[in-house]
Design a protein around this ligand. Sequence first.
Ligand SMILES: Nc1nc2c(ncn2[C@@H]2O[C@H](COP(=O)(O)OP(=O)(O)OP(=O)(O)O)[C@@H](O)[C@H]2O)c(=O)[nH]1
Ligand SMILES: [Zn+2]
Length: 373
Amino acid sequence: MSNNNKDKTELKRLRAVDRAIADLRRGLSVVVKGDGEASLVLATEMAFDPELETLATRSGAEPVLALTAHRANVLHIQPTGDDTIRLVIEDWMDAPLMRALADAVHDLDQPFRGPFTRLKEGLPPTVSAAIKLAKLGRLLPSVLAAALPIDRVADVTTEHDLSIVTIDDILAFEDTAALQLTPVASARVPLQAAENSTFHAFRPKDGGIEHLAIVVGDPNRREPVLARLHSECFTGDLIGSLKCDCGEQLRGALKAIAEEGGGVLLYLAQEGRGIGLINKLRAYKLQEQGFDTIDANERLGFDADERVFRPAAEMLRLLGFKKIRLMTNNPEKVEGLERHGIAITERVSHKFPSNTHNELYLATKKKRSGHYL
Ligand SMILES: Nc1nc2c(ncn2[C@@H]2O[C@H](COP(=O)(O)OP(=O)(O)OP(=O)(O)O)[C@@H](O)[C@H]2O)c(=O)[nH]1
Ligand SMILES: [Zn+2]
């Protein structure tokens, strides 16, 4: 395929995923198509009675409720060996209950649920892909899915003006978006901590949220440069939340880079370790109930960390930084960047004193995520 055609295909795929995400977030059903099978799906957190009915009538099949294995485990549902667990929707399961099954915040209000019937065999790949789609849309990782006969896909999609996306589109999305970052704007912005700073904005081709790089001074690209990868944290970076160490790490990194005479800070649009602000607030609610930061993510059905570091590696490459000294306590960042071709010549510790509100959070990162703290 020529480069031009490849680009066009990739853009088409990114667009299909983006449209499907937008529809899921609106509470509309979308079609996920695989090899010889398809599913009509709806985000569980957006499921109300009329939507559920539409799902069944349009597909002509009984929907199932699909959850991640993490979430099913919390609901005491036996594992099946798959990452995705499907439950039969029984007569007593109404829309509010289904939404509550997806949203761990309600677990303690209504502790007893079930017994549930799992479907153990023949998990359609489109159902797992639909959960990934919900995650990409920063929704809770659960969908209602009804099998759609492959020969009806075209008719149903056209008749109801539905978004259609393939499994491959969904699975390629993050990497394709990361490899299609385009510099869109750059300007000098003097900062309190580093007066000689230039902001560079990179936009993914999917039109998604821009990532930012802040280059301080004019670092020598032939030498390893002092660098920080910072994942967006609205609460900590902007509002001064004491629940995490992000604000201090952000300002501290800029100060350290300025003191060193130059370097780079990447500000990545990966709020809440990639689950989004709303899901992070849900995770905080669970932390109020006594769960730690990792259990909170997993109770919601997510992995402990949903971030990918390919966009960061790509931005460094575009800025001409191949070797860096990385300020971090997180071994996964070092590994993630190296996997994508950035040489980390040194890991520079990046710790700040704890306070009464983030003590447990920092201790959990050390104990359970192997952070060097
Ligand atoms: N899901 C979730 N995200 C959180 C929580 N607290 C902070 N975050 C997010 O975690 C991310 C913090 O990322 P980083 O500063 O890169 O921290 P890190 O992975 O510990 O790595 P280093 O700071 O480099 O050691 C930000 O996106 C925050 O929004 C939490 O309790 N739950
Ligand atoms: Zn934070």
